[in-house]
Design a protein around this ligand. Structure first.
Ligand SMILES: [Zn+2]
Length: 356
């Protein structure tokens, strides 16, 4: 198994180059039809599940319609407001703690939570945060109550992986479906990212906001939807390797253990992502592959850091040598001057003697 992973990783490097080359292409798929049925296969969601308390966060429209749920919802909202305030305070304190420490390094923060809040703040403004992220199209949804409520995310504890459930649809089809919900008001659904059949990554929601993807885990997870060519839901190699790269980037950015990454199924028992629910061994390989990729990236960073330090050390030594040389030259100059002065004094003395 380990060997297979390593071989696959090597393939990843080759593939990611292919993905870059391919990402400019667009796949033509019956876009409108697909988009209409896209994403989370709305009809397939059991109404019984929707009526549970957990469903509230993912379906605010249904929540509003149910008067009996109103009190519970109010309490929940109040709780959320409190949580949001706490999050903002934590972010502020983390930001001040980060001053003078290298941004983006876990070691610079006393707790993981401080680090995460600082990273969430960075994700909004600091392009250096995004530098290690694989290329993505930023196609943010309009803020609306059905797909992008604009609610601040509490924290980021892990990732939740989904499949779009609509074979052959593209990343933009699915992104546009989420956008259309503000008008159709069919249901609540969205995702932070959608990965397409060419491995292209479309970002729909900023990391600092919640997406409507994973019920009660919307408040502390980042969601990734994956396109798939067939009904069985297996990701093709472009989608798969983009998912590995994006997952590794997010895990490194938020100090997430890749073994904690969840399937939608692990949150709600929905058969999503279908193929990886039906093939738990493949799901484990995905997590192991992300872990191996993180290790590889960490090692590359450490090697680069070491090389930079060695270079700085060498430069410092060269500087020191130059300074020592300059010092020696100055001393030689001083000695020569002293000698010249002495000679002059001797000459003067000799002249005086002669005059006497
Ligand atoms: Zn899902």
């Amino acid at each position: 198994m380990k060997k297979t992973n390593r071989a696959m990783l090597t393939a990843a490097a080759v593939l990611s180059a292919g993905v870059l080359a391919l990402s400019g292409l667009s796949v033509t798929a019956g876009a409108e039809e697909n988009a209409a049925a896209a994403a989370e296969a709305p009809a397939a969601e059991a109404p019984a599940a929707e009526n549970t308390a957990d469903a509230a966060a993912e379906t605010p429209a249904a929540e509003a319609a149910e008067s009996t749920a109103t009190d519970a919802a109010k309490t929940e909202k109040k709780k959320k407001k409190k949580k949001k305030k706490k999050t903002e305070e934590a972010a502020a304190s983390a930001a001040s703690a980060a001053e003078g420490a290298p941004a983006g390094t876990r070691a610079a923060y006393a707790t993981r939570e401080e680090f995460v809040q600082a990273q969430l703040a960075r994700s909004r403004t600091d392009s250096a945060f995004w530098a290690p992220c694989p290329p993505r199209d930023i196609e943010l949804l309009t803020i609306n109550e059905y797909s992008r409520p604009g609610t601040a995310i509490d924290t980021v504890n892990t990732l939740v992986i989904h499949y779009v459930g609509n074979a052959g649809s593209t990343a933009m089809d699915n992104r546009n479906y989420f956008e259309s919900l503000k008008d159709t008001r069919d249901r609540s659904a969205s995702s932070h990212f959608v990965i397409g059949l060419d491995g292209e990554i479309v970002q729909c929601i900023p990391l600092s906001e919640v997406a409507y993807a994973s019920r009660h885990r919307n408040s502390d997870t980042i969601s990734i939807e994956c396109c798939h060519p067939d009904e069985d839901g297996k990701f093709n190699e472009y989608t798969y390797w983009s998912l590995v790269e994006l997952s590794a980037f997010l895990c490194r950015s938020f100090d997430i253990d890749p073994q904690t990454i969840l399937r939608h199924y692990d949150v709600t028992e929905k058969l999503c992502p279908l193929y990886y629910v039906e093939h738990p061994d493949e799901w484990q390989i995905y997590k192991d592959t992300v872990e191996a990729r993180i290790k590889e990236l960490d090692e590359a960073d450490a090697a680069a850091q070491q090389a930079a330090e060695a270079e700085a050390q060498q430069a410092a030594e060269a500087q020191q040598a130059a300074e020592a040389e300059a010092q020696q030259a100055a001393e030689a100059q001083q000695a020569a001057e002293a000698e010249a002065q002495q000679t002059e004094a001797q000459q003067a003395a000799a002249t005086q003697v002669h005059e006497e």
